[in-house]
Ligand binder design. Structure first.
Ligand code: NAD
Ligand code: UDP
Ligand code: UDP
Length: 336
C-alpha cells in the first residue's frame, strides 16, 4: 500500500545531526594568552562553533573582544573546578594559570584547577563522546637530567616544592587523561608545551620575555635572574597554535613536545631584547627563585614525524611582533 512507501521520518537525533554539521569546540582558558590565539585560529574556519569557558583569573574578555557577539562564538564565565554540562565535539583544555607568579599566588587553587578541573573536563568528554586535548607543560620534566627532553623522559620533579602545584598538578592531569583513555575509551591528546611568547601575554606576569620587553620599553634595567646561564627555548604563539590544532586533528594521543628547539641563555635573551628594542637599557643581575630549571630545550622529533609540524618563527622575528603589542598596551610610541 501507499503509506508503506513513504520514507521514514527522521529520528530527532538524525534530524539534529543533519543540521549540525558544524564542529562545536570548547576552549577552556580561552580568554588567556594561548587560548585567545587558538580561538582566533579556530574561528577562521566557518564550520567551527567556539565556546570559551574561563574564570578570568589570568585571562581577560579583552583578548576575545573581536568575537563577542559573533553568532558562532559563545563566552561563559565558569570555573572548571565546578562541573560543566554542555554539548561539544572537541575540548581544548587550557584552563590553568601558567606564570609562576600567578600559579604560586594560590597553590591550592592551582592544584584543584589541574586535578578537579581536568577530571571535570574528562567527565564531560566521556558523557558527550568528545575528543579532549590537554595543554601539559615542559615543567613535567622538572629540572631535567636529560637534555634535550624527549617525551619518554620521566622527569626530575620536586613533589613538595613551591612549583609543585603546577608541575605535579600537570603530571596528575596527564595521568587522569591516560586513565580515562584506558578505562573509558576517551579520545585524548596531550601536548607538552615549552615556553611560549607573543602578543597578549600579561604585561606584568613575571615571565621572562614579557618582563624584558616591558622593562626595555619602560627604560628599566632588564632583570636577569642568577646565574643568567640557565637556558630556555621560546616558541612564538602562532606556531604553538598550529601545533595544537594538528595534534587535535591527528591520530596520535601524545604526549608530544610542542616548542621551539632554539635554545638561549637568559643573558643572551636580555642582549637580544636590548639590541632589538632599546640599546640604551641596562642589564642587572638579580636573585633567582627556588627550583628554577637550569636548562630546557624540547626534542621535537616526534612532533615532526607524527604531526609534520615544526616552528617557523625565529626569536628575532617574534620579539618585534610582541614589542608592537606591548607598545600599544603600555602607550609607548616607537621613536623614528
Ligand atoms: P594564561 O594564564 O594566559 O591562560 C590561562 C587561562 O585559564 C586564563 O584565561 C585564566 O583566566 C583561565 N583559568 C585559570 N584557572 C581557571 C579555572 N579554574 N577555571 C576557568 N578558567 C581558568 O596562560 P597561557 O600561557 O595561555 O597558558 C595556557 C595553557 O598552556 C595552560 O594550561 C598552561 O599550563 C599551558 N602552558 C603554557 C606555557 C606558556 O609558556 N605560556 C607553557 C607550558 C604550558
Ligand atoms: N562532569 C562534568 N560534566 C559532565 C559530566 C561530568 O563536569 O558533562 C564532572 C562530574 O561532575 C564529575 C567528573 O566530571 O565530577 C567526572 O565524571 P565521571 O562521570 O567520569 O565520574 P563520576 O561522576 O562517576 O565520579
Ligand atoms: N627570568 C629572568 N628574569 C625575569 C624573569 C625570569 O631571568 O625577570 C628567568 C628565570 O630565572 C628562568 C627563566 O627566566 O630561568 C624563565 O622563567 P619564566 O618564569 O619565564 O618561565 P619558566 O621558569 O616557567 O620556564
Amino acid at each position: 500500500n501507499s503509506t508503506s512507501k513513504k520514507p521514514p521520518s527522521p529520528s530527532p537525533l538524525r534530524f539534529s545531526k543533519f543540521f549540525q554539521s558544524n564542529m562545536r569546540i570548547l576552549v577552556t582558558g580561552g580568554a588567556g594568552f594561548i587560548g585567545s590565539h587558538l580561538v582566533d585560529k579556530l574561528m577562521e574556519n566557518e564550520k567551527n562553533e567556539v565556546i570559551v569557558v574561563d574564570n578570568y583569573f589570568t585571562g581577560t574578555k579583552d583578548n576575545l573582544k573581536k568575537w563577542i557577539g559573533h553568532p558562532r562564538f559563545e563566552l561563559i564565565r565558569h570555573d572548571v573546578t565546578e562541573p560543566l554540562l554542555i554539548e561539544v565535539d572537541q575540548i581544548y583544555h587550557l584552563a590553568c594559570p601558567a606564570s609562576p607568579i600567578f600559579y604560586k599566588y594560590n597553590p591550592v587553587k592551582t592544584i584543584k584547577t589541574n586535578v578537579i578541573g581536568t577530571l571535570n573536563m574528562l567527565g564531560l568528554a566521556k558523557r558527550v563522546g568528545a575528543r579532549i586535548l590537554l595543554t601539559s607543560t615542559s615543567e613535567v620534566y622538572g629540572d631535567p637530567l636529560e637534555h634535550p627532553q624527549t617525551e619518554s623522559y620521566w622527569g626530575n620533579v620536586n613533589p613538595i616544592g613551591v612549583r609543585s602545584c603546577y608541575d605535579e598538578g600537570k603530571r596528575v592531569a596527564e595521568t587522569l587523561m591516560f586513565d580515562y583513555h584506558r578505562q573509558h575509551g576517551i579520545e585524548i591528546r596531550i601536548a607538552r608545551i615549552f615556553n611560549t611568547y607573543g602578543p597578549r601575554m600579561n604585561i606584568d606576569d613575571g615571565r621572562v620575555v614579557s618582563n624584558f620587553i616591558a622593562q626595555a620599553l619602560r627604560n628599566e634595567p632588564l632583570t636577569v635572574q642568577l646565574p643568567g646561564t640557565q637556558t630556555r627555548s621560546f616558541c612564538y604563539v602562532s606556531d604553538m597554535v598550529d601545533g595544537l590544532i594538528r595534534l587535535m586533528e591527528g591520530e596520535n594521543t601524545g604526549p608530544i613536545n610542542i616548542g621551539n628547539p632554539g635554545e638561549f641563555t637568559m643573558l643572551e635573551l636580555a642582549e637580544s631584547v636590548k639590541e632589538l628594542i632599546n640599546p640604551e637599557v641596562k642589564i642587572s643581575m638579580v636573585e633567582n627563585t627556588p627550583d628554577d630549571p637550569r636548562q630546557r630545550k624540547p626534542d621535537i622529533t616526534k612532533a615532526k614525524e607524527v604531526l609534520g609540524w615544526e616552528p617557523k618563527v625565529k626569536l628575532r622575528d617574534g620579539l618585534p611582533l610582541m614589542e608592537e603589542d606591548f607598545r600599544l598596551r603600555l602607550g609607548v610610541p616607537k621613536k623614528n
